[in-house]
Ligand binder design. Sequence first.
Ligand SMILES: Nc1ncnc2c1ncn2[C@@H]1O[C@H](COP(=O)(O)OP(=O)(O)OP(=O)(O)O)[C@@H](O)[C@H]1O
Length: 611
Amino acid sequence: MTAAPTEYSPRVSRGAYLRLGRELMGLAWKRVPGRVVLVFGLQAVQVGLTAAIALGMRSTVNDAIQGRAHSALVAGVVVALACTSSMFCTSLVGGSTLYAVEKTALLDLMPQVHRDIATLEGIEHLERTDVLDRLTVVRTGMWMLMFGLFSAVRVFFTVLQLGVTLLLLGSIDPWLMSLLVFAGVPLWWERLGKRGVIRAETDTAEQVRLQRHLFEVATTAGSGKEIRVAGSGTEIARLQRAAFDEAVEGRYRALVRASVLKLAGWILFTLGFAGSLWLIVYRAAHGHGSIGDIVLSITVATTLRTALQGTVSESSGAAQAGRVIAPYLWLRAYVAEERARVQGTAMPPETLSEGLVFEDVTYVYPGTDRKAVDGLNLTIPPGSVVAIVGEYGSGKTTLVKLLEKFYRPTSGRILVDGTDLAALDTDAWRARSAAAFQDFGRFKTVFSHNVGFGDLPRLEDRAAVQAAVADANAQELVRRLPQGLDTELGTETGGVDLSEGQWQKAALARASMRTSPLLFVLDEPTASLDAPSEQEIFERYMVRARSLSRRTGAITIIVSHRFSTVAGADLILVLADGKLVETGRHDQLVDLPGGRYADLYGLQAAAYSAS
Ligand SMILES: Nc1ncnc2c1ncn2[C@@H]1O[C@H](COP(=O)(O)OP(=O)(O)OP(=O)(O)O)[C@@H](O)[C@H]1O
C-alpha cells in the first residue's frame, strides 16, 4: 500500500488553530471542568485587581498628602489585600493549568495518537521518515498542545490587563497610550524569532533521530557485541557526533537570531518607557496632575511592562505549541486519509475453496523506485504448503507482508477465494491468519501472555496456551523457567531474559495460538535455532499444516533459506529480484537443468557435505 503523500506545511491556518482550540477546550471541559472554571475566573479577577491596586495607590498617596489619614489607611489596606490576592491567584492559576494540561495530554491526546498509528492497516507508515519525524515531535511535545491552549487563554487575559492599564494611562495623558506601539513591536519581533526556532527544530528532527538511534546502537548489548568485534565503535561515535553537530548548528543559529530580535525589541520598549516617565514628571512639575497621579502613572507603566512581559511569554508559550500543532494536525489528516482509502468490508470465507491468486502483483516501497515484487502471477491452491526460496533481498518477506495486508500492491491484486484482498475487512482477515516472522516481537511480560497475545480473546486460556507451547516444542523451555508459564520476562522489569532461540520459540508458540487460520505464515521462524531443533519444528509444523488444510483449506507459507526444510512443500516458489523465476515441487526443480533452485540447492548441499 503506497500511502498518499499528505502535503505538509509548518504554517497552520487561523481557522485550523481556532478549530483545534475549540476541540481542546471541549476536551479540557470534559476531563477537568472545575479547573477550567478556576483558570478563567481567577484570571478575570486578576484584571480587576490590577486596576484596584493602581487606583488604590493613587488614593493612598493623595489622601495622605491631604491629611485624610483614615481614608489613606483604608486605601492602603485595599492595595495590600489586592496585591496578596493577585499573588494567590497567580499561583492557583499556574497549578490548575498544569493539572489540566497533564490530565488531558497524558490521558486523552497521547493515547489517541498511539491508537491512531498502531491501528493503521499497514506498516509502511512506520517506515516513512516524514511520519516518523512528525511522530517524534508530537511524542516529545504533546503536552505543549494543551499548554499552548491555556497560554492562549492567558494571552487573552493579559491583553485585557494591558487594555485596562492603557486606559488608566490615557486618563492621565492620552500621549501615554503611545507606549502601546513600543510594546507591540517587541512582541512581534519575539514571535518572528520563535517561529525561526520552530522551523529549525522541524528541519533538524531527522538528524536528532539519527543521532539518538546511533547512540542506542552504540550503547545496547545486542549491537554492542558486533561493534566491538568489528571495531566500528569510533566510526559510529563519529557519525553520531556529525548528526548531532548538524542538528545543533541549525538550532543554534535560529536561537541566536531569536535572541537578537528579542534584545532589539526590549531596547525599543525601554526607550518608550523612559520617554513616558519623562512626560509624566514634566506634567507634574508644570502643575498638571497630583503627586498621586505620578504614583499612579509609574505603577501603571510598571504594570504595563509586566502585562506586556506576560503577553510576550504567554504568546511564546502558545507559539511553542505551534511546533507541535502542525505535525499533530498533519498526522491526524494522514491517519484520516489512510482510513478513508481503506474500504475493505467483505468478510473472509469460513474455509478456503479456491485458494490465493496473484494477478500481476507489483510492489515498490515508498521512497524507492526498485520493484521489491515484480509482476507476480500465481495461483496457490487451497490446503497447500508453499515454500518461498531465493537469495537475500529477493522479495520473500515482502510477498508475505502483502498477504498479511501490511502493504497494498502498488499495482495488480491478490484474490482470496475470488475476492480482492483489498476488499476484505483487514481485522477480519488478520483474525484468520497466524504468523511467525524472522524479526519477531519480544514482549516483556509474563510468559503465558507472551504466547497468548497470538489470539487475544484466549489470552487467559491456559489450555490453549499450553497447546500452543506444545506445538512450538517449547515445553522444556517452560519447565526450566522459574515460575513456568507465569514467569515474568525481561530483565528491565525484574524478570528473566531468554536466549535468542528461546524468544524465537515463544514467537512460534504465539503463532500457534490460532487454531483455524486460513493463512499460516512462517517467515524464517527458526533462524535462531540449532539444526536438529529446526528440523523437529518443521516436521511438527508440516503435520500441523496438513491438519489445518483438512479443517479450513488453510494455506501454509514457509520462507526459508534451508532447502532441507522446504523439500516437503507442495509448491516451491523461487524468487530472484522480486520476480518469480521458477515454481514446482522439489523433485521437479532440483533436476531442472540450469535452474536457479537446482543451483542454490547444489551449493547448499556441497557446503553441508564439506562441513
Ligand atoms: N521497508 C523497506 N523500505 C525500502 N525497501 C525495502 C524495505 N524492506 C525491504 N526492502 C527492499 O525490498 C527488497 C526485498 O526485500 P525482502 O525483505 O522482501 O527480501 P527477502 O527475500 O525477504 O530478504 P531476506 O532473505 O534477507 O529476508 C530488498 O531489495 C530490500 O532492500
